[in-house]
Design a protein around this ligand. Structure first.
Ligand code: ATP
Ligand code: MG
Length: 459
């Protein structure tokens, strides 16, 4: 890997920006419309403290974009010219995170404010400890610090390159970000092909923001996606797992799914499922319905779990593979188990799925046959399972998509009115699907590792 030279050559090409692009448009309070009441008090505390110590500090990214659009920001990120070590020293309630992309998390109870130092493009003199790029142009390490203007050029989209200052309430908008937000446009900063090569996950992010904000992807930003979609192969499976959760479990699954298919990205995430939906009407209906139901649950404030979602997405492939084993003469249950292992193993090549999710996925699949046996004590035994509710929802989903299960869903709906079931339900341990367990040190943005993994181009 020819690190320093590759980095320099590559970035020089990418950093030839017009003067205009590198200088911000300064928007006053009246123009941008963000009021302090929309912002996290803790994030503001971080800004005030950094300013007081003489550092520059801004809110940046999604929190500025969403506040400006009148939406509720998911989290608050700060950018500063203080180094991670300086930030860490300033806040007792903070910790240093990551090696390849160093950050500081400032912790306020369950809220985490992420503070990043302004990044710049690496130049010849920087060593591989600071910056590193793979042969394909992908950024592997990114710890060269710079100014706010440099930092803006390294952001993904123009709408994410807006910085809010609390000392004068201005927003610094780069590369026409403010105008793009008004025009509802997702536009990459810089040359699209280069930026996708640096970090192919930006293709997924373009789709995610288009779906979430109901924005259009600008022509040059969308043009290379189909052709470059295979670059997703380079992304480590754990990072793609995190991205999948953000893409599908945030309330816009259906629109996101359709866009991902249109841009040939869905098959990069779920190759087996793509094969099924492209060739089989039931599979296509099943996956669309899964997306619709996921969105509906979120809209009505119900929880959604990765294991149910993955179980549903892999169901059409599972049935296919199980059918092959049945043809080879295996009995139904062993055929199902073998198929489950095979399908999960294939999927793990693209997205990791933690064991705590693959186990309940298999249980949901396994219970589909168990729910068909209702005689004697069988019904009560099935209903006692912690996975009963999820497995029952799964039966309804199958029927919703046209599978003829001879009234199975209706039977189980009725059963849940019985005294027998009410007693079982009263004694059952709560299903994790409906009670989120919080682990120590887990933040409302996922663990530090999850967060680190899902950000920026690193493994
Ligand atoms: P949301 O939090 O609603 O998903 P966001 O824009 O805040 O959206 P984050 O993943 O929280 O997204 O990232 C915060 C900011 O960091 C982004 O707005 C963007 O400026 C920058 N950023 C994140 N990921 C990348 C990336 N892969 N390449 C370049 N910049 C990125
Ligand atoms: Mg964010």
């Amino acid at each position: 890997m020819s690190i320093v030279n590759t980095v320099a050559r590559f970035f020089n090409r990418n950093t030839k920006k017009t003067e205009e692009e590198c200088k911000p448009e300064i928007l006053q309070r009246k123009q941008h419309g963000i009021s302090r009441r929309q912002l996290s008090e803790n994030a503001l505390k971080v800004l005030y403290r950094l300013n007081k110590e003489g550092y520059q500090a801004y809110l940046v990214g999604g929190c500025v974009r969403d506040s400006m659009l009148g939406a509720h920001p998911k989290d608050f990120d700060v950018a500063t010219n203080a180094t991670p070590e300086q930030v860490n020293q300033l806040f007792r309630n903070s910790r240093l995170i990551g090696r390849r992309f160093k950050l500081v998390h400032v912790l306020f109870g369950r809220e985490v404010i992420e503070v990043a130092t302004f990044r710049t493009s690496p130049k010849e003199e920087h060593n591989s400890q600071q910056a590193k790029t793979g042969d394909s142009g992908m950024i592997l390490r990114d710890n060269v610090y710079g100014s706010i203007d440099d930092d803006a050029m390294r952001r993904d989209f123009t709408i994410n390159a807006m910085y809010y200052a609390v000392n004068d309430f201005t927003v610094h908008s780069y590369a026409n970000g403010y105008q793009d937000a008004q025009d509802k446009l997702i536009r990459l900063m810089g040359d699209p092909e280069t930026r996708y090569r640096e970090d192919p996950v930006r293709m997924l992010r373009a789709i995610r923001f288009a779906a979430k904000l109901d924005f259009e992807i600008e022509h040059e930003t969308k043009a290379p996606i189909k052709m470059m979609a295979p670059l997703m192969e380079q992304i480590p499976a754990p990072r793609l797992f995190e991205e999948v959760l953000k893409l599908f479990l945030s309330g816009n699954a259906l629109v996101t799914y359709r866009l991902l298919r249109e841009y040939k990205l869905f098959g990069e995430l779920f190759p087996l499922t793509e094969q099924c939906v492209a060739n089989d009407e039931f599979a296509a209906r099943f996956v669309e319905q899964t997306m619709i139901n996921t969105d509906t649950r979120i809209q009505s404030g119900k929880s959604v779990t990765p294991y149910y979602f993955f179980a549903a997405l892999l169901w059409p492939s599972l049935q296919r593979v199980q059918a092959e084993f049945l043809e080879q003469g295996l009995p139904p249950q062993p055929a199902l188990h073998k198929a489950a292992n095979r399908v999960i193993e294939q999927q793990l090549k693209r997205t990791s799925i933690p064991k705590r999710f693959t186990i309940p996925m298999k249980e949901i699949w396994d219970m589909q046959a168990r729910l068909e046996k209702k005689k004697g004590k069988k019904a009560a035994e099935a209903a006692e399972s912690n996975r009963f509710r999820a497995a029952y929802d799964f039966v309804l989903l199958r029927e919703q998509c046209g599978e003829n299960l001879r009234g199975l869903g209706k039977w189980w709906t009725g059963y849940q009115e019985s005294e027998e079931y009410k007693e079982i339900a009263a004694n059952r341990k709560p299903d994790e699907r409906h009670t989120k367990k919080r682990r120590p040190r887990r933040t409302n943005r996922g663990s530090a590792n999850d967060r680190q993994r899902s950000r920026r181009p690193e493994a």
